[in-house]
Structures are given as structure tokens and as C-alpha cells.
Write a new protein. Structure first.
Ligand code: ADP
Ligand code: MG
Ligand code: ZN
Length: 614
């Protein structure tokens, strides 16, 4: 790229110099000729004085030679022809006549060359822009990597900055040991792992962990995102892979980190712009590099993905990314540690127990927690507090799960009444079922993009397995809003339940097609596994026959309908609480179980969900 740029620059200079040269030459030549340009009147005068020995008459000009050279040694002259009759007339009146020369060579040169140069520059500019976009990198540099490879010699991140993922850290300790001293590692003939794949949901700290490995080992960190390999032109991505490995080999010991590997290592049947060929070539090049490089020189390949199931099986076989390290959502202890790491950066109220934050953030990832700590600090700053306290954290959580308050959105009185009943419906149904998340808060302050009111339920523990009854009760809570409207407005339901219905349907669909929880459909899955094998087409419809498809649809509908009727029964039974709660909501706008004990749950249980609706 570098040298090529220079070559192009040379080309441009060459062109300009050449034309400038021509102009100079022409001038030199004409001065060599010692030709004097004179007016037509002067020419006539010279004829009259019989000074001219010979003339050459051209279409536009007359060139002549003097009998005796002028005092300055010039004996040739040139003049531009003019209409002779007119010239005579003018001469008679004593007017000096000079012909205007037609555009001469200089004019022609300028007239042609300047647009030429302009076009050339424009072309170069446009082509380079295009080439940059397509990753071609200059005119002729198809083989050269143009990918943004970030090399950091010191990532300044260590294992201390990554919390709550002790198992992953433990696994990676080995890699650190190897990078620090490759020879000692091979003492017993063990070879270092070649490729390690960090797998886990987004925001759990995979990228952070990879950087921490480099930081711990004190080696360079080459990072590139998988999406940067995906190119329009066949061969470019492959060239980048080659280039990346080449650079890394020179810098060993080091770490190559390919983030979002799924963008590059997608199963080869997955299509997209740029065609299969390019993706396949890039992937094949990666596989070849993986096979070809010898880890004993001290290069370790790390990659991260949150979708391991779509990766090409060839990437995962032994000798390639054969070791997978799970980076999972943190549990209670992990959350506490992560909050501690991030709370170091803010001013916390003295005596504040961070354990309380860990308690109310079930299901949060490291990125969520880092964001939460920052949001809490923002809330505290806005209320002009001296330090961040627990209320700031709860306010921040509400903001994160339900969106920003939109106090400017004014609802009419009937709308507010409807929203109040709708939300109280969710809350009361939730309070009446034993195994759903307890209600943290009910509010009719509009928030976020579409929520006119919301009910926040807070999970109290990490959940790994859910019973069919629990899923069913979740649907029931989701239907509580519409059920309340049905009761109170005598069947005149509203558009406010659209999101509730969507979520209820999604849960029911998964129960039927993924967990085999519908008797009519049977205990098998109808959802195709996300993994796509060579040649198979991605399916977005359940893999069911038409008759079964109908059964699936009916089962889903039944599940949601049953849940709705259950919710309606609960609310009909608790009609007094529903009216009282809605009244209270209309006056206070937001209430908790402390304000209205009817929404307190008898036996508490699971997950953080906001139910934005109405
Ligand atoms: P991923 O790559 O898994 O999507 P990142 O590593 O990019 O997630 O995490 C984003 C940010 O979230 C990090 O920069 C860090 O501030 C925070 N974070 C995530 N996980 C952790 C963790 N385990 N410990 C501390 N901070 C974390
Ligand atoms: Mg990442
Ligand atoms: Zn709702």
C-alpha cells in the first residue's frame, strides 16, 4: 500500500513535469528562431520601406525575413493576417492594426492538457475511494491486507479487571504460562493449545478476557473483528488472513484475537452478498493457517463468539479451535465481584453494601453491570448527591430495564385510567401466582419507546431449569393486562396489549416446538437446530408437516387462551384489589408493595423482566 501510493504519486508528477517541459521547450525553440512578433501595420510599413526579402503566407499568419537584421540581431518576424481591405482603410486613418492570433500551440496544449490532468486526478481519486471501500487497497494491491489490525504492545488489562468468570480465567492461566515461557511449558512434551474459542452471551467479558491474557503474559495483542474479513471481492479476505498471521509470526510471542468469529467462520452454506466463494476462500485460508502454524514459536490464537452453533464444524475440530472456554453470565458471587471492579471508578456512599446490588441484578451480564454502575453515578450526579447510594442503583436499574421516563408524554384521563387498570392487572396476577417473579414496582409514567406504563418484576435467584407450570404462569402474568381491560371496560379491549401478546405467543411457541410441552403435538422438537450443515438451507419455519403445523398453531393458541382465562378469573376474584390499586396508581403514578400490600407475593420466586405495555 505504502510503496504503491508513492508509485502513483510519481506517475502524476511525471505527467505534470512532461507537459511543463513541453511548454519550456517550445519557448526555447521559438527564442532560438529569433522571431519577432509585429503588428500588421508594422508589417505594411516594412513592405513600404522595402525591408523584407521574403515572406511565407499561411492561413492565419505571415512569416517574413528581413533583408538586414534589426539592431538586436533579429531578422525574422511574424504577424497575423487581417482583412486587407479593412487594413487599408484603417491604415489610411492612421490606425495601428494587429491581428489576434488564433489559439496557438500553447493554447492548444493548455486547452487539452489541463482537462486531461483534471480527469486523470479525478479518476485516480474515485478509483482509490472505490478500492478502499471494497478493500482493494489501491490499484494493484489486491494481495495486501488493508484490514484494521490493532496491535497493542500493552493492553493494560489484567485478570484483576475481569471478575466473576473464575473458570474461564483458570483455563486461560495455562495460556499465560505458555506465553511467558514457551520452552518450560514443553518440558514434558505437551504442546500448547493452538486455538481457544471463548464462547458466551454478549457482554460477559470475552473481549476483555482476551485482552487480559495478553496483559498478564505481557505480549503483543493482535486483534481483528471477523466482520472485517468479509469482502466483496474473492480473495481479499483470504489475503487478509494470510497477512495477519504473517505479521503475528514476526511479533511472536503474541496473541492473535479474532473477535466475532461467527461473521467469518459461518457454516459454509450460509449465503450473503459477496457470494459463497469469498467466504469460503477466507475460511479455507484461516483453516490452512491454523493447520500450518506451529504454536511452539509462541503465537496463540484466541477467538470469541456468542453463536458457536453456527460455526463451521471444520473450525472446531481437533487441532484447530479445539478448546472452548465458556464465559457465562455471572452468578450472585460473580456479580458482586464485577460490581466491585467497576465501583472502584465511582464515589460510593460510605458503608454501602455492594451485595445489595448483586441481589437485585439477577441475569445481568458484566457489560450490564458496568453500564449500571455508570448509570447509577449519573443518577446521583443529577440529584446533586455527594455519593452514589442504593436508591441511585434502583433508579438506574429501572431506567435500564424499562427505558427513560417520558414525563412529557401526556395521556388523556380515559387513557390513564385504562393504563392503570392494565398494569394493576399484571401486578395482581403476578402476586397471585406462587412461582413467578415478585413485583418490584408498578408505574403509569410513560417510559422508553412505547411503554405507557410498566410493571417490573424482579427475579430473586439464578434460574437454570424452568418447569412447564412456571412458563405457563409467565404467560398468565403477560395476559393479566388485557384480562383487566376485558373485565373493567366490558370487553372493549385496546391496542395496549400488543407487546404482551407477542411475548406470550413467543413463550407458548417455544413450549410447543422446542420443549415438547403440548400434548397434542407431542414430545419432540419442531424447531430446526440453528446448526446448518453443508448444503442445507436455513429454515425459519418449524420443520413440521402441514397437519402438524396446524396442531402447533392450535396448541399455541390454546395455551395463550387458557392463560388469559386464568388471569381473568384471578382478577374477577380480586376485583376489589384491582379497583383500589388502579385508584392508587392514578394518584401516585408509581407504587411498590410497601404502598399497596396486595401486590406483595405470598411466596417469592424467579427473573428480571419489565412488562412494558398499554
Ligand atoms: P463481550 O466481548 O463478551 O461481548 P466485552 O468483553 O466487550 O463483552 O465486555 C464489555 C464491557 O463490559 C467490558 O469492557 C467491561 O467493562 C464489562 N465487563 C464484561 N464482563 C466483565 C467481567 N467479567 N468483569 C468485569 N467487567 C466486565
Ligand atoms: Mg466482544
Ligand atoms: Zn401489558
Amino acid at each position: 500500500m505504502e510503496s504503491n501510493n508513492r508509485k502513483q504519486a510519481w506517475t502524476i508528477w511525471y505527467v505534470i513535469v512532461a507537459f511543463t517541459g513541453m511548454l519550456l521547450l517550445q519557448q526555447a525553440w521559438s527564442s532560438y528562431q529569433q522571431t519577432e512578433t509585429i503588428s500588421y501595420s508594422e508589417f505594411e510599413k516594412r513592405i513600404a520601406e522595402k525591408k523584407i526579402s521574403e515572406v511565407v503566407i499561411g492561413a492565419d499568419t505571415i512569416q517574413g525575413t528581413l533583408k538586414t537584421p534589426a539592431p538586436n540581431g533579429v531578422n525574422k518576424f511574424i504577424t497575423v493576417r487581417v482583412d486587407p481591405a479593412l487594413a487599408d482603410k484603417l491604415a489610411a486613418e492612421g490606425v495601428t492594426v494587429t491581428g489576434a492570433p488564433p489559439a496557438g500551440i500553447i493554447g492548444a496544449v493548455l486547452g487539452w492538457v489541463i482537462p486531461g490532468i483534471a480527469f486523470y486526478l479525478l479518476w485516480v481519486f474515485l478509483f482509490r475511494r472505490l478500492a478502499d471501500k471494497q478493500g482493494l487497497g489501491g490499484l494493484m494491491t489486491v494481495g495486501k491486507s488493508h484490514a484494521k489490525v490493532y496491535v497493542e504492545t500493552d493492553t493494560k488489562v489484567t485478570f484483576k479487571d475481569v471478575a466473576g468468570v473464575d473458570e474461564a480465567k483458570f483455563e486461560l492461566q495455562e495460556v499465560v504460562a505458555f506465553l511467558k515461557d514457551p520452552k518450560a511449558f514443553g518440558r514434558l512434551g505437551a504442546r500448547a493449545p493452538k486455538g481457544i474459542l471463548l464462547v458466551g452471551p454478549p457482554g460477559t467479558g470475552k473481549t476483555l478476557l482476551a485482552r487480559a491474557v495478553a496483559g498478564e503474559a505481557g505480549v503483543s495483542f493482535f486483534s481483528i473483528s471477523g466482520s472485517e474479513f468479509v469482502e466483496m471481492f474473492v480473495g481479499v479476505g483470504a489475503a487478509r488472513v494470510r497477512d495477519l498471521f504473517e505479521q503475528a509470526r514476526k511479533a511472536a510471542p503474541c496473541i492473535i484475537f479474532i473477535d466475532e468469529l461467527d461473521a467469518l467462520g459461518r457454516s459454509r452454506s450460509a449465503g450473503g452478498i459477496g457470494g459463497f466463494d469469498e467466504k469460503e476462500q477466507t475460511l479455507n485460508q484461516l483453516l490452512a493457517e491454523l493447520d500450518g502454524f506451529d504454536p511452539s514459536i509462541g503465537v496463540i490464537l484466541l477467538a470469541a463468539t456468542n453463536r458457536p452453533e453456527i460455526l463451521d464444524p471444520a473450525l472446531l475440530r481437533a487441532g484447530r479451535f479445539d478448546r472452548q472456554v465458556l464465559v457465562d453470565r455471572p452468578d450472585h458471587k460473580g456479580r458482586l465481584e464485577i460490581v466491585r471492579v467497576h465501583a472502584r471508578k465511582i464515589v460510593i456512599e460510605p458503608g454501602f453494601d455492594l451485595d445489595r446490588v448483586a441481589n437485585i441484578t439477577t441475569g445481568f451480564t458484566g457489560a450490564d453491570l458496568s453500564n449500571l454502575v455508570n448509570e447509577a453515578a449519573i443518577v446521583a450526579t443529577r440529584r446533586r448527591g455527594a455519593a452514589v447510594n442504593f436508591e441511585d442503583f434502583t433508579a438506574a436499574i429501572e431506567r435500564i430495564v424499562a427505558g427513560i421516563e417520558k414525563r412529557s408524554r401526556i395521556l388523556s384521563a380515559p387513557e390513564r385510567r385504562r393504563v392503570a387498570y392494565h398494569e394493576m392487572g399484571h401486578a395482581l396476577v403476578a402476586a397471585s401466582l406462587p412461582d413467578v417473579d415478585p413485583v418490584l414496582k408498578v408505574s403509569i409514567i410513560p417510559r422508553g419507546v412505547g411503554a405507557l406504563g410498566y410493571t417490573i418484576q424482579r427475579p430473586t435467584e439464578d434460574r437454570f431449569v424452568l418447569a412447564a407450570s412456571e412458563l405457563h404462569h409467565r404467560i398468565t402474568v403477560l395476559m393479566g393486562g388485557r384480562a383487566a381491560e376485558m373485565l373493567i371496560f366490558e370487553g372493549d379491549i385496546s391496542t395496549g396489549a400488543a407487546d404482551d401478546l407477542q411475548r406470550a405467543t413467543d413463550i407458548a411457541m417455544e413450549m410447543v416446538t422446542l420443549y415438547g410441552m403440548a400434548a397434542a403435538v407431542g414430545q419432540r422438537t419442531y424447531k430446526p437446530p440453528p446448526q446448518m450443515f453443508l448444503g442445507s438451507q436455513p429454515l425459519d419455519k418449524p420443520a413440521a408437516s402441514e397437519a402438524t403445523q396446524r396442531e402447533i398453531d392450535l396448541s399455541v393458541k390454546d395455551m395463550v387462551t387458557n392463560a388469559f382465562m386464568e388471569a381473568r378469573d384471578i382478577l374477577a376474584r380480586r376485583r376489589a384489589d384491582l379497583d383500589k390499586g388502579a385508584e392508587l396508581l392514578l394518584t401516585k403514578e408509581a407504587i411498590t408493595a410497601d404502598d399497596f400490600p396486595a401486590i406483595r407475593q405470598a411466596e417469592p420466586t424467579p427473573r428480571l423482566t419489565a412488562t412494558p405495555s398499554a
